[in-house]
Design a protein around this ligand. Sequence first.
Ligand SMILES: Cc1cc2nc3c(=O)[nH]c(=O)nc-3n(C[C@H](O)[C@H](O)[C@H](O)COP(=O)(O)OP(=O)(O)OC[C@H]3O[C@@H](n4cnc5c(N)ncnc54)[C@H](O)[C@@H]3O)c2cc1C
Length: 319
Amino acid sequence: MNTTPDTFDVAIIGGGAAGLAAAQALGRSRRSVVVIDAGEPRNAPAEGVHNFLTRDGLPPRELLALGRAEAGGYGVEFRDARATATRRDDAGFGIELEGGRWLAARRIILASGVSDQLPEVAGLAAYWGKNALHCPYCHGWEVRDRDIAVLDSPFAVHQALMFRQLSDRVTLFTAPGREFDPLEREKLEARGIGIMAQEIIAVRGNETHLTHLAFRDGGEQAVDALVVMPRFTAGIAALAGVGLQATAHPSGIGTHVAADETGKTEIPGLWAAGNTRDPMAQVMMAAADGLRVGAMVNADLIQEETDAAVAALRARAVV
Ligand SMILES: Cc1cc2nc3c(=O)[nH]c(=O)nc-3n(C[C@H](O)[C@H](O)[C@H](O)COP(=O)(O)OP(=O)(O)OC[C@H]3O[C@@H](n4cnc5c(N)ncnc54)[C@H](O)[C@@H]3O)c2cc1C
């Protein structure tokens, strides 16, 4: 439990679904916990969270406000700030918040998620999470039976086949001269997915939705949605001080923090949960991962405390 103010059993960097679920598990285990959160969950641009059982369609920030209220009920503390640096000290870790204040914690759970680096298409960012999409489980239902364009990338054939489940009007747009693997071309043809040799260089639309693609040759085409594949980057800059490095995710989709199945990283005392270690995890998976990692960190602390108690008992017996 707390020994001095601003000293915690566990500091959780990131207050999204993963961080809050870890906080709740630890708070209910009577651990002192602080959640440090910059307040920019990855899905913030989206209108609602889909495929979260019992909360389908709830705005992302509302879901997190509910999570904060629940975790706060078990004594979890919150700091609305970005963690900017970390260091090791005798008690465990020091964590610096923007503004220069330091906190101390015996363990850190890194749940800071990933950021999405969008392909270079002018105007795209304004529609990201609205009808510029990447994930059929997040927003596929919302564009069912619509004209869906897929921007070429190493994942485009996979994405086109996934979105074909939702609409029979799917077209993959690619730069002229792009060679397809014959098997991939056959799959697209068999599922009635068109291939257009047109390079998308920009999009335009109204205040809320993308309506048109603009091509390098000056042409335009109306669409209802554009599927793209961003590059995912794990946000770990604040952990450089304790030696954490991001590694390439095996899918080729970007970077993540490598951890074992319990969330333990290669840095003793530092654990990772949610998108930080699995960039493909949906909100419910991130929350489940946070719960598991929170429980594992509690078990790790119990072991440390039990070992210390046993050593003290033996020392008393010797005297
Ligand atoms: C556009 C879009 C729409 C999506 N829609 C859905 C959907 O409908 N359903 C679904 O299941 N999934 C959806 N997802 C996936 C969903 O965003 C992730 O599954 C989820 O956000 C992962 O939760 P997390 O807690 O790991 O990370 P996040 O939710 O990203 O939370 C990480 C938190 O850490 C904070 N942070 C980062 N760095 C620091 C730092 N240094 N110090 C302090 N805080 C920091 C961030 O500000 C953020 O608040 C969508 C993704 C995108 C991109």
